[in-house]
Design a protein around this ligand. Structure first.
Ligand code: SAM
Length: 266
């Protein structure tokens, strides 16, 4: 199998995470090598996203900047990176772009422009439950994941199965809908790494298994704490990623080490 990414110091048999910008990282990938691009970029919240200290002694908390001057800047930033990434996609590849209410409408138009509206497959809702409420509006309790296929006639999809809720199918499984009910990571969860905006492994496990074949290649160019790469490795897919934040790369490498060597990693 051709190598999907450049050899790097951290390369292992199950995946790689490097300190890099999405833009330069994807230019190092072999053309036509990616089965699934999952991107969970900054959401343009206008805030510094701060995580939690990783030790009881209070080691400094990881953080990253999530501020763009305007929404148009955010769209332009994403456009440049998608344009640079598309040559590395397989003709049968898929794209999952994870955003929220701030930008999902802009992101949908951007992907329609870059890929074509006929490549649109799903607007997934990740319904996560946790968090506060508001007396002024319905509580915002979901993120948006836009699913596009490069070739609408030839993309991989293995529908996730979930417990049926109707009385008629009680005890049986049914194909998941486009609303994924998966709790956000709670404060006590053992998978919590301390990295801000870390996504739950259960969510990435569903997405990776559904949209990338076994032994296929998943790329996450804003990998943060490495959730996608851990899910890919555990599901026997190759996970490649980058982040421009050294804290993210250190945490992702630690998590990948634990999934590659479960006994040594704890
Ligand atoms: C929403 S977080 C990703 C969280 C990740 N999915 C997880 O489960 O931990 C977005 C990440 O994008 C990274 N980032 C921002 N700009 C970037 C860029 N130009 N290239 C690579 N990574 C970038 C941030 O450092 C941050 O870690």
């Amino acid at each position: 199998m051709p190598s999907p990414a450049r050899p790097a110091a951290e390369t292992t048999e199950t995946g790689t995470v490097v300190l890099d910008d999405w833009l330069s990282f994807v230019r190092t990938l072999t053309p036509g090598s990616i089965d699934l691009l999952y991107a969970d970029p900054p959401f343009n919240t206008g805030k510094t996203q701060r995580g939690r200290s990783r030790t009881n002694a209070g080691g400094s908390a990881p953080s990253y900047e999530d501020t763009f001057s305007t929404t148009a800047d955010w769209v332009g930033w994403l456009r440049d990176r998608f344009v640079a990434t598309l040559p590395a996609m397989k003709p049968t590849g898929a794209v999952l772009l994870h955003v929220d209410w701030r930008t999902s409408h802009h992101a949908r138009l951007l992907l329609d422009e870059l890929l074509g509206p006929d490549r649109f497959v799903n607007h997934l809702i990740w319904s996560y439950g946790l968090g506060g409420s508001s007396p002024r509006r319905f509580a915002r309790k979901h993120d948006d994941i836009l699913f596009y296929a490069l070739d609408p006639d030839r993309y991989y999809f293995d529908p996730p199965m979930v417990p049926a809720t109707s009385n008629r199918m009680k005890g049986e499984l049914k194909k998941a809908t486009d609303v994924l009910d998966i709790p956000a990571i709670n404060n006590m969860a053992s998978e919590r790494s301390g990295y801000p905006t870390q996504k739950p492994l259960a969510l990435l496990d569903v997405l990776v298994r559904a949209c990338c074949p076994e032994n296929g290649t998943v790329v996450d160019p804003c990998c943060g704490s490495g959730t996608t790469l851990v899910a890919a490795t555990a599901a026997k897919r190759l996970g490649f990623g980058c982040d421009r934040n050294p804290d993210a790369v250190a945490i992702a490498n630690g998590r990948l080490g634990a999934v590659r060597h479960p006994r040594a990693g704890g």
